[in-house]
Design a protein around this ligand. Structure first.
Ligand code: MN
Length: 232
């Protein structure tokens, strides 16, 4: 087969302690999955079914303990951080039963769901799609993946983010409204999951703006740290 135009490369993520890399297929993101964050966004937290939005695979950028730069994106004046637990899918499936959902997990990582909040809220309030607020280049910095074989499954772990060493977000993944297993099971009823899919599980309270030159440091117990600077 001969392609008519240049083919974009597959986005990959590093796996901690491995030469192998994880090829990213799709990125699903859970909305409002911590009660205190739902409240700060002006919504009542509840056990309504989870909802999802997506980022393109190419939005993922490799982050880690060594600082990386991301660009301040165009068309926003309110660029927000959202620290999140990232789940990578190693085994696909559809209609996955809750009790088997974790068998599909390949690993976990620390990630940021960077958001053009002004564009997202404008779209939300007009009943329009969130894409311009959520789906753009470099909007998903993600640290090295820690495989289930290495770290098992996480049910409780501190998740935190500082900006310029000042605390912004601190919570525990035990406070997820929809657990990792529930999110996988639910999502798989709507779309057949395949190896390479990624789920960003939602952010706790404390989201806020960053500006050029700010340094974000995200951490989840057991998954290490990522350091991401907004380029000048
Ligand atoms: Mn998010």
């Amino acid at each position: 087969m001969k392609y008519a135009i240049p083919v974009q490369p597959t986005t990959t993520l590093a796996i901690a302690g491995s030469e192998e890399v994880f090829p990213v297929h799709r990125i699903y993101c859970v909305g409002r999955n911590y009660a205190a964050h739902a409240r700060e966004m002006g919504k009542d937290p509840d056990r309504d079914p989870p909802f999802f939005f997506m980022k393109p695979a190419c939005a993922a950028v490799q982050a880690g303990e060594q600082p990386i730069d991301i660009a301040y994106p165009p068309m926003t004046g309110n660029f927000h951080h959202e620290i999140e637990l990232v789940v990578t899918i190693g085994i696909g499936g559809k209609d996955i039963p809750l009790e088997q959902a974790l068998d599909h997990v390949h690993g976990y990582a620390v990630g940021l769901d960077m958001t053009r909040r002004d564009l997202q809220l404008d779209a939300r309030d007009k009943g329009r799609p969130w894409e311009f607020g959520k789906s753009f280049a470099q909007s998903a910095p993600i640290g090295p993946i820690h495989t289930v074989a290495q770290v098992g499954h996480l049910s409780t772990a501190t998740i935190s983010l500082t900006v310029n060493e000042q605390p912004r977000q601190t919570s525990d993944i035990a406070k997820l409204i929809w657990s990792v297993a529930e999110s996988i099971s639910y999502l798989s009823r709507y779309e057949t999951l395949v190896p390479g899919d990624v789920i960003m599980t939602g952010t706790p309270e404390g989201v806020g703006a960053v500006v050029q030159g700010d340094v974000m440091r995200g951490h989840i117990d057991g998954l290490g740290e990522i350091v991401v600077r907004v380029a000048k």
